[in-house]
Design a protein around this ligand. Structure first.
Ligand code: ANZ
Ligand code: ZN
Length: 838
């Protein structure tokens, strides 16, 4: 670059700092509005379906429009994941980062029962508010792809999938004892029961016999379990899934049952076949279908009364080892297949009908619940396993050890004994190895109104008939009455219920149950890219190009439900030929939780809820975004702080001040000579910032990114007063603005414009860094003698080993320590350390 010594005003470089504007506009919500409008006008964040060679599908778990307001959790999830999305965009990716609403569900219906306001009215009103708030957040969401699960255009395809599954035998009806919440008047999936209580309303759950719809998720248990390991997911989430799914390795053992003169056989699932010689009784679940064959006439009345009582308790409660367990004798006996001993058959509440076979071999000496039970009812306790180490073992001893009192198996280690016992029984066809998954089939029918109607018709002649695809969607009727009984209003909706059988045209009845809302959310990520398709749920080719989702971000609370269900759906759809992948979310991340300032969970009742809107109004959305980025580790979250947000506002002010100063004359007159010291130092910091921010955004470590931006700004403030070439300075300012832009998109646009650049900063390319410029010229070398730190010396970077030793030995301090000693060995770690052994 030439210097200009004439009197003429200096010629301005094409892109320069020195425009006519001397002061940058103060950042506030007006700036948000200005740029949001500009983005809309230019359709800047349009996802281009015809440009898929370099695409990113970035997805946040969609929101449930229960309250009328976005809460800080939404903000943290959507606002900050958008940083990553913007970063990808600046790297040249075509980014899809869509928004939508998971809008069916109980709260809206309960609200309707209380207030008479129709769930559809309240839900769509909430959606309007939330949509406006989400737009004011200023993310890269392309709203053309919005989906709402309670729209018939969406749930038509949820119904369609249900029918596909039904045809494949993956959706079935069965009479089962199910978790019933009396307050919500509906059944709940096991996942929705928390410690025996309804996840939503906290009412204690009890079991009820009902005919219900299930999805056969257990058919995929093995794969759901095995492929967890291949996913780039948080380790704790993988563990939760594995625990939830299973498996439990063990055996099925046949017992001959004798009820007076009748005999038949029952299988018990056990994980400890090695304990078979310790058998003291067998025990069956109260709701087991074979119960009536087990009751002798003498014990009928007593047992039936007992069963009635137990059915009122929840499954979780019954499984707990904490509470008192109860049982009743059936009058029948069972034969232990290994030694032909006769033991009594009991019914007990701690046995669950739906797990294993619902029939258990009880070994009180080695199982806690069996032990309690045996003590209570004076049943024998026979020790058959000894601890390997201790001489005396307290009972119950539930670990593995060495077999005792077990005939030819005595002395074997537990696993080997169990294995051999099963092998021996197997020869007579009395046992086999068996792996049982803990995962149960997914109960999907709900006796409620505000959900996707199950597309099934019951005909007296033809039985269960799926609705024909051409008749979809089965629209949820609007004109219904909400009564405080809590029963689904569909039950009284004759227009809906009465229908002609699609097969024989006779009068038939519609299913009035609706689907669990988790069915709606099990495939929404497949609908987004093709949300307007009215011929099919999605175009296969398109979906296979865009999916799987590249980055999925949402709450940890979904580890065992949504994230298992969505994986299941994807595998089914792959088997049915609709998608060409088997995992929907190869890369997953959970945001942390933002608590109130005293560290408590935010809740309306405690009155400590932080409303993001208040802060957006006061500071502008970018200040909130920067605060959430800087004040927290993204995956951990933490307590809110008003001082923290004030501090970040100061940072924004410092940026404003800096850019205003850049337009002052002192800088205008700075003359370029050559690559000055100042330039070199600034360039180092710039390159360091680019490198660190690129790496950290990729890992959602936003707080360190902001720290680098702060350093960069400090350096700019210092070196700008030095001898800095304007063109170079300008490129630094542009880079700073681009690096800032994902974290403060509106503010960065404002700066970008102030710098005289063309719209938009988001059409720029993320800057590259030069590794060569990051290499330091000198380093501090640590000198140890016999492993003890004795000196630190400054040496040129990347010196050879020989030269390093020479420098070290030359150092005065080192010489002092070495005096009169013989050097035995020298250990050198380049650019770091020398250890001299004497
Ligand atoms: C005999 C035995 C002896 C057992 C022993 C344990 C210890 P996980 O690991 O969860 O799969 N069981 C089987 N079916 C059951 C049911 N429907 N309801 C309640 N308990 C049931 O648990 C498997 C163990 O739980 C099985 O192994 C069985 O008790 C019990 F020293 O069989 B075991
Ligand atoms: Zn029919």
């Amino acid at each position: 670059m030439k210097t200009n010594n004439t009197k003429e005003p200096e010629k301005i470089e094409p892109v320069t700092l020195l425009g006519f504007i001397k002061t940058i506009k103060k950042y506030n919500i007006q700036i948000d509005r200005k740029w949001q409008k500009r983005w809309r006008d230019f359709n800047l964040y349009k996802f281009k379906k015809n440009k898929l060679d370099k695409k990113i599908y970035c997805l946040e778990m969609f929101s449930y429009p229960s309250g009328a307001q976005l809460h800080i959790g939404h903000w943290y999830n959507y606002g900050l994941t958008d940083i990553w999305a913007r970063y990808k965009r600046l790297q040249g990716y075509n980014v899809l980062n869509p928004q939508g609403f998971d809008s069916f569900g109980l709260p809206a219906e309960n609200y309707a029962i209380k207030t008479g306001i129709h769930p559809k009215d309240s839900t769509y009103k909430n959606i309007d508010t939330m949509r406006r708030q989400l737009k004011e957040m200023g993310t890269t969401a392309d709203w053309d792809y919005e989906i709402i699960t309670s729209d018939p255009e969406y749930y038509r395809w949820t119904q369609w999938f249900f029918i596909q599954m039904y045809k494949k035998g993956l959706a079935y009806r069965k009479n089962a004892s199910v978790n019933w919440c009396d307050k919500c008047k509906t059944v709940l999936a096991n996942e929705q029961v928390v410690d025996g209580y309804c996840e939503r309303c906290g009412t204690e759950i009890y079991l009820k016999q009902l005919t219900q719809w299930f999805l056969k998720i257990t058919a995929y248990a093995q794969e759901l379990y095995d492929s967890v390991d291949s996913l780039d997911w948080p380790e704790e989430t993988k563990k939760i899934q594995k625990n939830w799914i299973g498996p439990s390795r063990g055996a099925l053992i046949d017992f001959v049952i004798i009820n007076n003169n009748k005999t038949f056989s029952l299988k018990a699932f056990t994980t400890r076949p090695d304990t078979l010689f310790g058998l003291s009784y067998v025990v069956i679940a109260p709701e087991h279908e074979m119960i009536s064959s087990l009751l002798t006439s003498e014990h009928q009345d007593n047992a039936k009364k007992y069963i009635e009582n137990v059915m009122k308790k929840s499954e979780i409660d019954r499984m707990s080892t904490e509470r008192e367990i109860t049982g009743v004798f059936t009058g029948s006996y069972a034969i232990n297949p290994i030694n032909k001993e006769k033991v009594p058959v009991w019914i007990a509440d701690y046995v669950i009908a739906s797990y294993g076979t619902g029939f258990v071999m009880a070994v009180p000496a080695h199982d806690e619940r069996d032990f309690k039970f045996a003590i209570k009812y004076s049943l024998p306790i026979k020790k058959v396993v000894d601890s390997i180490n201790a001489k005396k073992t307290d009972l119950p001893f539930c670990e593995y050890g060495t077999s005792v009192n077990s005939k030819e198996f005595t002395g074997l280690k537990s696993k080997e004994a169990g294995n051999n016992i099963v092998m021996k029984l197997k020869k007579d066809g009395k046992a086999k190895f068996k792996t049982t998954f803990r995962l149960r089939d997914w109960l999907v029918s709900r006796q409620r109104y505000w959900g996707t109607p199950i597309p099934i018709i019951y005909c007296k002649k033809c039985g269960v008939v799926p609705v024909q695809e051409k008749d979809l969607p089965i629209v949820l009727p609007y004109e219904v009455e909400f009564k405080p009984t809590g029963e689904s209003p569909l039950l009284e909706c004759d227009d809906f219920i009465n229908v002609k059988c699609p097969v024989c045209n006779a009068n038939a009845r519609r299913e009035t149950d609706t689907l669990d809302t988790f069915v709606d959310s099990s495939w929404y990520f497949l609908r987004y890219p093709d949300s307007k398709n009215d011929k099919e749920p999605f175009n296969k080719n398109l979906i296979n190009e865009i999916l799987p989702v590249d980055k999925y971000v949402g709450g940890r609370e979904h580890a065992s439900m949504h994230l298992i269900y969505a994986r299941f759906f994807t595998k089914v759809l792959n088997d049915l030929g609709y998608v060409n992948f088997r995992e929907p979310f190869p890369s997953l991340l959970h945001q942390g939780v933002i608590n109130s300032s005293n560290g408590l969970k935010m809740s309306k009742s405690k009155g400590n809820v932080i409303s993001p809107d208040d802060y957006v109004l006061k500071y502008g959305s970018d200040v909130l975004r920067l605060y959430l980025s800087f004040g927290f580790s993204y995956v951990d979250g933490g307590p809110w702080s008003d001082e923290g947000i004030e501090a970040i506002r100061k940072f924004v002010e410092k940026i404003e001040e800096f850019f205003t100063n850049t337009s002052k004359d002192s800088i205008k007159n700075s003359q370029h000579l050559d690559y000055s010291i100042a330039e070199k130092k600034l360039d180092y910091i710039r390159n360091f910032a680019i490198k660190a921010i690129s790496r950290d955004v990729e890992q959602f470590k936003f707080n360190t990114c902001i720290a680098r931006l702060m350093e960069f700004l400090t350096a700019l403030n210092i070196y700008i007063r030095g001898n800095v070439n304007k063109k170079f300075l300008n490129s630094c300012l542009n880079d700073f603005t681009i690096l800032l832009s994902p974290f403060a998109p509106h503010f960065a646009e404002e700066i970008w414009e102030f710098l005289g650049n063309d719209f938009s900063v988001f059409n720029q390319t993320w800057p590259n860094y030069d590794e060569a410029l990051l290499i330091k010229e000198e380093i501090e070398l640590v000198v140890q003698i016999n492993g003890k730190l004795r000196a630190r010396i400054v040496v040129p970077y990347n010196l050879s080993k020989e030269e390093l030793i020479k420098k070290a030995l030359d150092a005065e301090l080192v010489q002092k320590w070495l005096e009169g000693k013989e050097i035995k060995k020298k250990i050198i770690i380049s650019n770091k350390l020398i250890n001299i052994v004497v």
